[in-house]
Design a protein around this ligand. Sequence first.
Ligand code: GLP
Length: 245
Amino acid sequence: MTRNITLYIEKDYAALSQKAAMIFAQNVKFAPTAAYGFATGSTPEGMYEKTVQMHESGEIDFSKLTAFNLDEYYPISGDNPKSYKYFMATKLFDSIGLSPERRNIPDGESKDPKAECFAYEEKINACGGIELQVLGLGNNGHIGFNEPADIFTGATSYVQLSENTIQSNSRFFDKPGDVPRHAITMGIHSIMMAKRIMMLVSGEAKAGILRDALLGPITPLVPASALQLHRDVIVVADKAAATHL
Ligand code: GLP
């Protein structure tokens, strides 16, 4: 594994979540007003729960950070419980006292998704960049909604979701036909511009793709393999996900 990647292997999902929340909280303690990047999906949920607990115990003040989410389905309304906007509000932001002006997430209702991509990228840059970007890992190696492809995506982009992603995300919807076919996602370049990246990976089903991402060739066919080129990456995995490392 390249030396820019720090790997923590935790015994189970609870320990992974605790570790990730601690790393995040320490960063916020050090840089409370910086911009932080957040991910959705089931993997970071535990980290968000622990973060809420830290807020409730008064250990750390999370209310001064600025949040940027990786991605959002398109089209989707922000009050749809399946939207990432709703997910972040209910799983984290409402519970850590983060005011709506400090929450940034691509607008799944925008009439012009391409203009929204441009505006979103500008907003991240105007904030001085992201201090710590949290990532999950898709079953097919995607990060954000950057799907396997012939080339790496650059800036925030309007993208088509792969069948694999639609299938795996259909568990959050009533039926696969309800999963939006498109999304707006920070691109690989936008993600790579973050000062630090922390990717969370849980479960045996991700063991193969985690190995490909960290130890395989750097290729847009495994978008997460781009992380091998970043200078400060933390991977927090549970034992099951680390089986093939
Ligand atoms: C979605 C999100 C990704 C996330 C992935 C993995 O596709 N766009 O950002 O990493 O799901 O989700 P899970 O953590 O549920 O496996």
